[in-house]
Ligand binder design. Structure first.
Ligand code: GDP
Ligand code: MN
Length: 437
């Protein structure tokens, strides 16, 4: 589960990490008012208006604006709220922005990166840090990976003092700054472990320019991104309450309510499978036959007919889906439950795209009878006898449907003027042949 920056800042503050003062607003007038307020209370000479969306890279997409007064704040807020925000992480269509963070601006001397993640290789949390933080961190990771330091952390002891010191010095911190940075590392590690986070990053962690009051500057967090383990949310009520349904895919939300594991992907073959491993294998085979899966969907071992019908509805509502592959190895899950759901989904929404079904295991004979009986109502259905056969069949059926659609589309415009058709078509053909010869 992801949360917004403003929520991540609340968590940082709760664990003692310094963050600039900030408020959340939803319109330009309130943005201007918040900035006026901040300046009147001398919290800052500049303010930052920041789009609150789950995607990162906002700075590069114009979603983070420095403003010097209320009028600039109003304009910046209006600008960000009035159109979808496109960043390197959102895709070309961008995302809608409904909330803005108005934060006290910070006079930055240097930007660093500090993050906690789970290292799958060691099975341990890992602290990741770099003296080259900021909006180019992905580029640094690619081009200059030695500028990023990693320190494996034991989940039993959390970060140890010598580890924090080592990293602080590797980043070039000295004296008071090293102490402040080390403290933040401990607080971030603590936050990461206690909230069951899977990612907690501060980018940038900054050192502010020195002042009379703070000759070493202050080390503080001005942006944060956090993800949490969905399987731990039952014991993280405070985190679970931070979920923002506006940021989630509506299909994924519905699936969650029915206890289905569904993740939307980019391809056009919808898959309905039981078991995560079988789902992964099914997706691999779809790719092997030259296609891309439209989703990952594991209906689990004990889904009801109602839940499986809902799963079909979710898949078929995705306009990108050009074919559906059902792959069930019945164990605890009974094949006849799936067959009955196919029949009810056919009645309910109808299969207008090819459907290939491979069923094996518990109650497979009953399932086959159900589908046999309903075959006249589901003309798009093709049975398959094994997984490879199913993947091949769905790939072929989707290609055939696309060809048929193209042929139908081509006929229409060239149909009425018959004379034109006779002369232009062969001419184009011959000239093309000559060019290639
Ligand atoms: P992101 O692009 O989504 O990661 O958004 P960030 O909050 O990290 O902001 C992007 C960049 O804007 C930072 O790396 C800073 O360089 C700059 N920035 C953000 N807040 C401030 C601020 O208070 N003062 C100054 N001077 N720059 C800021
Ligand atoms: Mn950032």
């Amino acid at each position: 589960m992801k949360i917004h920056e403003y929520q991540a800042r609340e968590l940082l503050a709760k664990f003692g990490i310094p963050v600039p003062a900030a408020t959340v607003v939803e319109n330009p007038v309130d943005a201007a008012r918040a900035v006026e307020d901040m300046m009147r209370r001398r919290q800052a000479k500049v303010a930052v208006i920041k789009a609150q969306v789950h995607a990162g890279g906002r700075g590069k997409g114009g979603g983070v604006r420095l403003v010097r007064g209320p009028e600039e704040a109003r304009k910046a807020a209006n600008d960000i709220l009035s159109k979808p925000l496109v960043t390197p992480q959102t895709g070309p269509k961008g995302v809608t922005v409904t909330k803005l963070l108005v934060a006290a601006g910070v006079d930055i001397a240097k930007e660093y990166y500090l993050g906690m993640a789970v290292d799958r290789a060691t099975g341990c949390p890992v602290l990741i840090a770099s003296a080259e933080g900021g909006v180019e961190i992905e580029e640094v990771a690619r081009k200059n990976p030695q500028a990023i330091v990693r320190e494996t952390i034991s989940p039993a002891t959390s970060l140890l003092p010598y580890q924090a010191r080592k990293i602080a010095y590797r980043l070039g911190f000295e004296g008071g700054q090293a102490r402040m940075a080390g403290k933040i590392m401990h607080q971030l590690a603590d936050l990461f472990i206690k909230t069951d986070a899977s990612l907690a990053e501060i980018n940038p962690l900054v050192v502010t320019k020195p002042t009379d009051e703070h000759p070493d500057g202050i080390v503080m967090a001005i942006d944060a991104k956090m993800n949490f383990d969905d399987n731990a949310l039952f014991r993280q009520q405070e985190i679970a309450a931070m979920a923002d349904p506006l940021e989630e895919d509506p299909g994924e939300l519905r699936a969650k309510r029915f206890g289905l594991s569904y993740i939307k992907l980019e391809g056009n073959i919808g898959c309905l499978v039981n078991g995560a491993g079988l789902a992964m294998a099914t997706m691999d085979l779809i790719k092997l036959y030259g296609k891309e899966p439209a989703n990952f969907l594991d209906v689990g071992g004990s889904a009801s007919e109602e839940a499986v019908t809902e799963a079909f509805r979710i898949i078929l509502e995705d306009k990108k889906v050009k074919g559906v592959l059902v792959n069930i190895f019945g164990g605890i899950m009974k094949c006849d439950t799936i067959a009955a759901a196919i029949v009810s989904a056919a009645k309910d929404v109808g299969f207008k795209v090819p459907l290939v079904v491979r069923l094996e295991g518990t109650n497979v004979d009953v399932a086959r009878q159900i589908l046999e009986k309903a075959s006249r109502d589901i003309p798009m259905l093709q049975p398959a006898h094994d997984l490879a056969d199913a993947a091949r069949k769905i790939a072929e059926a989707v290609d055939a449907a696309a060809r048929a659609k193209r042929a139908a589309g081509h006929k229409k415009p060239s149909n009425p003027p018959a004379a034109l058709k006779k002369t232009t078509t062969p001419a184009r053909k011959t000239s093309r042949k000559r060019r290639t010869a």
